[in-house]
Each structure stands twice: as structure tokens, then as C-alpha cells.
Ligand binder design. Structure first.
Ligand code: ZN
Length: 65
């Protein structure tokens, strides 16, 4: 278990091996952690700024198959 603070919302989190960022922070305690909710809002922002939304990606995916 590791105690860390989210880079964006500054909330304290305790993460374990099940967290995808655990190994990274274990190796480098200075690495910044991004919690799941901030991660999701970042992904939404990325979708907005690229003009893509999950529906479009889905259509594109079907087209490729
Ligand atoms: Zn956060």
C-alpha cells in the first residue's frame, strides 16, 4: 500500500497493487498520481478538444472492420 496525493485535486489516496499507477509511483515516489475521477475528466476534456466522442470512435472502429 502506498499513500499518495492526486496531482489535480490534492486529495489523499491510498493505492495498492490493483491500481495501474502503483508500480510507477513505487519506483519513483516523486511521480505524480492522478486519481480515477480526475483521470476521467481529463479524458473527457481530451475528447472535447480533439472533437472526438465515444460514438464517433465506435463508428470509425466498425468502419475499419
Ligand atoms: Zn484527483
Amino acid at each position: 500500500m502506498l499513500k499518495t496525493i492526486c496531482f489535480f485535486c490534492k486529495k489523499k489516496y491510498t493505492i495498492d497493487r490493483s491500481d495501474t499507477q502503483y508500480q510507477r509511483i513505487l519506483k519513483n515516489p516523486e511521480a505524480s498520481y492522478v486519481c480515477k475521477s480526475c483521470n476521467q475528466s481529463m479524458q473527457k476534456e481530451a475528447q472535447t478538444s480533439t472533437g472526438l466522442n465515444p460514438g464517433d470512435i465506435d463508428k470509425y472502429d466498425k468502419y475499419l472492420r
